[in-house]
Unconditional design. Sequence first.
Length: 108
Amino acid sequence: MRDTKMGRMGAGFGLSVVVASLLNALIVLVKETDHHVMSAFKAALGHHWVTHGAILIVLFIILGFVFTAVDIGKRFTFGTMLKCIVWSVIISSAVIAVFLLPNLKAGG
């Protein structure tokens, strides 16, 4: 099963998960370090997390269809895609944790 090639949509949206996960960490870092970005996110949809989520959902859908259209599935097996998804989530989580943990310890 792990060596089985993925279908077009599965691979396209799987890769979209990878990109969205990594972009999530980047958005958190930018939002938390630049008050102009935070203010813009708050103004856009009423709360910065709502805007953050909306951007990621829209990006996920658009990239999923783009990656599907270019037939990225030829390059990925189920095992490879699983590794990519797991590593992107681990990297994103670690980036966010390393950035936010000092703030939690400082009480801010």
